[in-house]
Design a protein around this ligand. Sequence first.
Ligand code: PXP
Length: 253
Amino acid sequence: MSASNVSGKPRLGVNIDHVATVRNARGSSYPDPVRAARFAERAGADGITAHLREDRRHISDADIEKLVSELSKPLNLEMAATEEMQSIALRFKPHAVCIVPERREERTTESGLDATRHEEHLKAIIGPIAEQGSRVSLFINSDIRQVEAAGRVGASVVEFHTGSYCERFFENRLNDCENELNRIREAAAFAASLGLEVHAGHGLTFETVTPIAEIPQIAELNIGHFLIGEAIFLGLEQAIRIMKKLMAEARKI
Ligand code: PXP
């Protein structure tokens, strides 16, 4: 299957970070993100995503250890480009690693990585992780220069940050929203033309997922905060089933 013409429906990676956020709010042992991952697998998640932040505000090292040993679906470890995180990735050998920018004062990953500014550093972090067999992606904005840099530093995947698109949608700025969607569409086509696999995520909901899932080059979406919130009302499995159905319908499958 050519990377520039991904046929079939996009995969769903379920991000379980915010199950750990709720657990850590009380310093208790529950709710357990690994248990959530098992529910997600049962509901049809194609993979599980977890972000081990430098300040360990949600997912812990012990969670990653358990996920690696207990999951039946692939684990996508999101991490900052630091030597500490590189050694954790080399120790646990997850199926995939997604390099994200991290600032301690941010509430969430607010923007994509500036790969053009840190090429040598990224190469040094990515090289050994890719060599051990983990698929490496860079979380970037839908910007052609960032896509080119991702190719140069040795990533095989780019994940486009959909946060601006979602914000504009919910602020009802529909022209801006369409402009941002066009930027993502163009960047996805360009990335695929370079042979990169294309993913997307951040802030996606039942209302915003369809135009993103429709983009033909997109092979995977990573969605967390909305699904974990919706689990309060629908249950996690049902929330995931609806999201998967919307993604499949977007590809008319
Ligand atoms: N993809 C990446 C690289 C992320 O950092 C995040 C947020 O942790 C997501 C996807 C999922 O975003 P959300 O939790 O808003 O669905």
